[in-house]
Design a protein around this ligand. Structure first.
Ligand SMILES: *Cc1c(COP(=O)(O)O)cnc(C)c1O
Length: 388
């Protein structure tokens, strides 16, 4: 699968052209930022442009980013949201009391905690599976009522579990459920979940899609207009969790360099993972690009051209040692989030509650586009300074 199977331009071309914009009046090749929140009607009270009434739902500035993301995912439609969490919430807000969702037992903590809170409040039942083994979804499916949604996040943040999307889709569809895949860490550069049977793709566009740590946004992509999609679109139209026009414009600008950023960062991530794995101060490296990662084989099947730029590693020692490794870094910045051009390291144990099971000696590294030699030297000096 991947780009070569598709007709039409490759993803790198789609991203670089950013919506193929050309203003036939001015000749401008980048889209304008249309900041207007409202759109006028003509003398017969018809909208001047029927697509534009009010910018909560149909801003002409969103459309370029939405079309580009839909095309990058081999999808038909995309909806932008004000954050990745707003995109995720829009899906769950459509579920009625008594619905049932199947979740991985390890995933991005922000989504996990909100989904659990919401489902409890809204009388939505939840059950869990092991994200490293998609076959365990079958046992989590509720055959008596009906499972509405199966949730996959692959590779997962921060434990880097890889879930077999095709197998998850097969099990979900057999039970009449829809498969939603949070593909934030994989990016459309390396994985297109719709091609493996997913019904909805979720991105925190705050991360790799924008890529510059300066925009909060989320995106949902579908291939077909299933019922859930219409409900999600209505949810956004009425409840309005949309980004501002400036953010939507900046997002498209970020997307234009998506491929060069992410491809380079993934090459560096592979080198860094290999270095860390051989390092005496490191206990384990979690990166699906490594041949001995439990999800490597599945990742090879569903990811094309690389394994992403996110990895985690466990230092030999406890929480204090892990924090020391982060604290002694000079080039790499200690901060939350991921997917930007700058390399960030985070001690997730400090921010997640103990029940998530994230190890105290784990550091998550979001590899950026700096010189890889500089990043490796920085990690090596910090790890070496542990002995002192
Ligand atoms: C950051 C993140 C989100 C949430 O996105 P926001 O834009 O911060 O709301 C969702 N899923 C994953 C995998 C993430 O890393």
């Amino acid at each position: 699968m991947g780009e070569l199977d598709n007709e039409g331009p490759a993803g790198a071309t789609v991203a670089a052209k950013g919506g193929h914009y050309l203003n036939v009046n001015s000749g401008a090749i980048t889209p304008p930022i249309d900041l207007s929140t409202t759109f006028a009607r003509d003398d017969r009270y018809n909208p001047i442009n029927p697509a534009n009434l009010y910018s909560r739902d149909n801003s002409p500035t969103f459309i370029h980013a939405e079309r580009t993301i839909a095309e990058l995912e081999d999808g038909d439609e995309c909806l932008l949201f004000g954050s990745g969490m707003a995109a995720i919430a829009a899906i769950f807000y459509t579920l009625k009391p008594g619905s049932h969702v199947v979740l991985p037992d390890s995933m991005y903590w922000g989504a996990y905690s909100w989904i659990r809170l919401h489902c409890e409040r809204a009388d939505i039942f939840t059950s869990y599976y092991d994200p490293a083994d998609a076959a365990t979804i079958a046992a989590a499916i509720d055959r008596q009522t009906r499972t509405n949604i199966v949730w996959v996040e692959t590779p997962s943040n921060p434990m880097m579990h890889v879930t077999d999307i095709a197998l998850a889709a097969e099990i979900a569809h057999e039970a009449g459920a829809l498969l939603c895949v949070d593909s934030t860490a994989a990016t459309p550069v390396f994985c297109k979940p719709l091609n493996y049977g997913a019904d909805l793709v979720i991105h925190s566009a705050t991360k790799y899609l924008n890529g510059h740590s300066d925009v909060l946004a989320g995106a949902l992509v579908t291939r077909d207009r299933h019922d859930l999609w219409d409900q999600v679109a209505r949810e956004r139209h009425l409840a309005g969790a949309v980004p501002g026009n400036l953010e939507a414009w900046l997002l498209l600008r970020g997307i234009r360099t998506l491929f060069v950023r992410v491809e380079r960062a993934a090459v560096s991530a592979m080198r860094i993972a290999t270095m860390l794995r051989a390092h005496g101060a490191v206990e384990a490296v979690l990166y699906p690009g490594l041949a001995d990662h439990p999800g490597h084989e599945v990742a090879q099947r569903q990811m094309t051209g690389g394994f992403g730029a996110l990895l985690s590693f466990q230092v030999r020692g406890d929480e204090a040692v892990a924090k020391k490794v982060a604290g002694q870094l000079q080039t790499i910045i200690s901060a939350t989030s991921l997917g930007g051009v700058e390399t960030l390291i985070e001690h997730r144990y400090s921010v997640e509650p103990p029940e998530t099971g994230v190890p105290e000696n784990l550091l998550r590294l979001s590899v950026g586009i700096e010189s890889c030699d500089d990043l490796i030297a920085d990690l090596q000096q910090s790890l070496a300074a542990l002995d002192k």
